[in-house]
Design a protein around this ligand. Structure first.
Ligand code: ZN
Length: 268
């Protein structure tokens, strides 16, 4: 082997390692991916955008840039990280072993209505349907059962599928139509059963702060605020004067003025 070749070889190996680690980081979403400008300019007019980061959404169940579930109009439902999925699996195994399955099963029935199993409950994850509806006990049971069956495939292929799947779905997730999200931010799916009208439809307006309710809310708030200032003071004369001031500044209505005036006079 020539000395030149010997010196070059470690360098080429380094390059390969660097390339591989960058690929791995991309696969695990450890480094941010910038939207390709070409893709963005082509996609903008027709395709919907992420309600959270406002980038155009490629096909998929989650925004590839910020992880928001695309059907969530509020942008609080976020994909569970792959590392947390591994954590939940380890916690499940530990709990099953420690409680001889008995405690684990009891715990399972407590948390399954919320789309969880004990491991997911501890780590803070939740299973939801791919259409944004809640996964209930029956769905969790079927998902677990399919997971056991597909677990027969060698090399844990069913589970490790989530490592390269863009929506971090296992094979049993795909079969039963579920995804795993963070428990925090997805509570209302359990409470309401679904996410309501999705933003993912191309022309649907963003779900933030519907402007129609704002004026109503604004007009309904002022009346309570002057109320604490309303004069119920010790000196009736002073109280009447302050009440009159409030009336002149339009802080209370004529009706309120008359009512409060009567109350003060009654006290005399
Ligand atoms: Zn986003």
């Amino acid at each position: 082997m020539s000395p030149v070749f010997a010196a070059q070889q470690p360098l080429s190996q380094l390059a390969v390692v660097a390339w591989l680690s960058k690929r791995a980081c991309l696969a695990y979403n450890l480094v941010g991916r910038k939207p390709r400008s070409k893709e963005a300019s082509v996609a903008t007019p027709a395709s919907p955008e992420c309600v959270s980061c406002r980038r155009p959404l490629p096909p998929g169940l989650f925004c590839p840039y910020c992880g928001v579930f695309v059907l969530d109009p509020q942008g609080t439902v976020v994909m569970a990280s792959r590392l947390s999925r591994l954590g939940a699996a380890i916690v499940n195994l530990l709990l099953q072993w420690l409680t001889l399955y008995i405690g684990w099963v009891i715990w399972w029935f407590i948390v399954a209505p919320r789309g969880q199993n004990p491991g997911k409950a501890v780590v803070g994850l939740r299973v939801i349907k791919t259409d944004g509806r809640a996964a209930k006990t029956g769905d969790m049971f079927v998902r677990g059962l399919v997971g056991i069956v597909l677990g027969l495939i060698p090399f844990y292929l069913d589970d490790i599928w989530l490592l390269w799947d863009k929506d971090a779905q296992t094979l049993h997730d795909k079969v039963v139509g579920t995804v795993v999200v963070k428990a925090q931010g997805s509570e209302r799916i359990v409470a309401e059963g679904s996410l309501g009208a999705p933003p993912a439809g191309v022309t649907l307006p963003p779900a933030f702060a519907p402007p129609v309710t704002l004026p109503g809310a604004a007009t309904s708030t002022p009346p309570p605020s002057p109320a604490p200032e309303a004069p119920t003071g010790d000196q009736p004369g002073e109280a009447l004067k302050r009440l009159k001031d409030l009336r002149e500044q339009d802080l209370i209505t004529e009706e309120e003025y008359q009512e409060k005036r009567k109350a003060i006079l009654d006290q005399l």
